[in-house]
Design a protein around this ligand. Sequence first.
Ligand code: UFG
Length: 321
Amino acid sequence: MKRILVTGGAGYIGSHTTLELLDAGYDVVVADNLSRGHRSAVEPARLREVDILDTPGLVRVMQEQPVDAVIHFAAYIAVGESMKDPGLYFRNNVSGSISLVNAMQEAGVRNIVFSSTAAVYGMPAVVPIPESLPYAPINVYGETKVMVEKVLDWFGQTQGLRSVCLRYFNASGADPAARAGEDHEPETHLIPLLFQAIETGTPATLFGNDYPTPDGSCIRDYIHVSDLARAHIGAVEWLMTGGVSRRFNVGTGAGYSVQEVVDAVARVVGKPVPHTWGPRREGDPATLVADSSSLRNELGWAPRDSALDRIVETAWRWYNR
Ligand code: UFG
């Protein structure tokens, strides 16, 4: 049985990927320091409480039970926080990834799937976005992901490390069986904030309805977290069967506006969503939609759960767990 080390496996996307790996017959070890993840998201026997900056600790985890590949999620994800405290982000996301790659070298592990982001493109000039667009991040968070993609590329060129970078668009939804879901503190993502507005009656603030889009609100490519998780399995299998290093977008290619998401939430929950339209949020591009034809064609991946109502329905089931 192949064994995969998942860093950040107690977090949102990491916990879903762990479930999909187990469902697909892999053995999984999770490395997480629980600074942002949740202990309850991981089976206790799989969890190793180790910080990503603790290189010897990571080596011990990889030597205790040898692993065939690493899927690396452990990182901070809040754009606003990254602008307030860049040192925290460069240290955890960039130095942490270097620490992990050094540990992999020492343990003789050569395959890594890396959690990257559409934020590497900044305000893209072409939509749907192809992977060939140049790096143009407009925030520290996006820059940390660019830096790690480059680190992985150089370790590939000089040390034989093989990597797949998956650039996620808007991860959303929850495990359809409600075994895992989204639980950020503080929450900044649209769909859970709309649920909170319904629950509390306090209106959600929506960031801008004067964009050059059909209804004036921002368009995003919402991808169900279980579809995203399955893309990681495809990527890790690609590497373990000799595939070369690659960078892939992971999105559906379909965009929905903020207004359409509000309508979907109202439809699925069966209640109106209290909301007010505020000004634009700094750094929000009008439209972010992936061209994920490479992932579909080369890895044979296709979304199964990413219809908007399915995303909202699974997220709502988890929210009410
Ligand atoms: N939005 C609101 N009100 C809110 C929160 C969000 O109107 O309270 C809007 C945003 O302006 C945006 C859409 O809802 O148009 C989605 O916003 P999210 O914050 O849920 O997601 P983002 O598109 O901003 O961010 C996602 C990831 C980031 C990543 C970014 C770029 O969460 O990690 O995509 O790819 F950097």
